[in-house]
Design a protein around this ligand. Structure first.
Ligand code: NAP
Ligand code: GDD
Length: 326
């Protein structure tokens, strides 16, 4: 019989790719979606085929998912749900802590109290934002120095995951993932904001693009590669903590230049620096050293920075062209 997985955050960028990956491996996939006033399943609609083994349940990390854990008795839980926007976490720090920290405690406690500790493996979506102002390169042994409510809440969950592993023998693993993007990236993260706006400028639908700090450096990979990594993390014989990154870093300015160059539009005419997009605290530079996962699990990223930029632009050009037809 195939394995059963429960994914929180299935409607997000990562959740949608992970669901596709697990379905392709014969898994029965259960996803938690939250109630919204407008459809939030756009990224997973194509996997809602009557033949597919993807099942959707309403739930929220503020409520806990004990009933689902009990009825589904999953082999693997991937906790991807989060308030995932760093800048917005400064606006809603308490909500961010409630979901990204206490929400994770609810799931771990659920697994423990329901007697699933021996059956259910748990994956926590930890983040390179936890390194904060620690200078690069960052690996599993680097000091955590978070400077945002998001980073602080994620660090709580990182440690809680380790503590349920050591205290209760849970197979509980952390992936410390560096920034990863895709054609499905949320439109208010910097890469997608840039590719989408530049395509709209190219096709005459928009004139300006307002951005904050262009000097920050990020290690950007593709979400599909990173979902392959987290699957491998839960298949390893022992639970552990793993950095997942490309080992290459670029400034936001370099990303921006690559996009405008590719589309052959002059940047100076269209880009405006807007202080309101800057953060109270910034993480200046992220560059991951993923030697551990590459040597122990044999994982490697396949999509290069250049390919990522191209994939995102080509997809946005198509999307914006459809907008023009409306
Ligand atoms: P995303 O696109 O923003 O997806 C977040 C998901 O969480 C969505 O499905 C969202 O539902 C769901 N969610 C939010 N609040 C919830 C709540 N209260 N209860 C239940 N579900 C809730 O983020 P992503 O890029 O796929 O990232 C996935 C996870 O990896 C997140 O935990 C993120 O913090 C972490 N992470 C991401 C990166 C990255 O660069 N992408 C790097 C490191 C770690 P709606 O669709 O209804 O909003
Ligand atoms: N979003 C955004 N919007 N960021 C901007 C803008 C803007 O207009 N202008 C400049 N930036 C800069 C930010 O200040 C930051 O330094 C960088 O672009 C990347 O911002 P985001 O794309 O919002 O990503 P992030 O690095 O803050 O957070 C992402 O990566 C984390 C892992 O390091 C998110 O996916 C988090 O969920 C994830 O944990």
């Amino acid at each position: 019989m195939g394995k059963v997985a429960l994914i929180t955050g299935i409607t997000g960028q990562d959740g949608s790719y992970l669901s596709e990956l697990l379905l392709s491996k014969g898994y029965e996939v259960h996803g938690v979606i939250r109630r919204s006033s407008w459809p939030n399943t756009g990224r997973i609609d194509k996997t809602f085929d009557p033949e597919s083994k993807q099942y959707i349940h309403y739930g929220d990390l503020s409520d806990g998912i004990d009933d689902l854990l009990y009825s589904i008795q999953p082999d693997e839980v991937y906790n991807l749900a989060a308030m995932s926007h760093v800048k917005i976490s400064f606006d809603v720090p308490i909500y961010t802590s409630e979901i990204n920290a206490v929400g994770v405690c609810r799931i771990l406690e659920g697994i423990r109290k329901l007697g699933l500790a021996k059956k259910t493996k748990f994956y926590q979506a930890s983040s390179s934002e936890m390194f904060g102002i620690t200078p690069p390169p960052q690996n599993e042994n680097s000091v955590f120095n978070p400077v945002s409510p998001y980073g602080c809440a994620k660090l709580y969950s990182y440690h809680l995951t380790r503590s349920y592993r050591s205290g209760y023998g849970l197979f509980a693993a952390n992936g410390i993932l560096f920034n990863h993007e895709s054609e499905r990236r949320g439109v208010n993260f910097v890469t997608r904001k840039i590719t989408r706006a530049a395509c709209r400028i190219k096709l005459g639908l928009q004139d300006t693009l307002r951005l904050g700090n262009l000097d920050a450096k990020r290690d950007w990979g593709h979400s599909k590669d990173y979902m392959r990594a987290i699957y491998m993390i839960l298949q390893h014989e022992t639970p552990d903590d793993w950095v997942v990154s490309t080992g290459e870093t670029h400034t936001v300015r370099e990303f921006l230049e690559s996009v405008f160059e590719y589309l052959e539009i002059p940047m100076e005419k269209h880009v405006i620096i807007d202080e309101s997009f800057k953060r109270p605290n910034e993480v200046p530079a992220l560059l991951g050293d993923s030697t551990k996962i590459q040597t122990v699990l044999g994982w490697k990223p396949e999509v290069s920075f250049k390919q990522l930029v191209k994939l995102m632009i080509d997809s946005d050009l198509k999307e914006v062209a459809l907008e023009l037809l409306k």
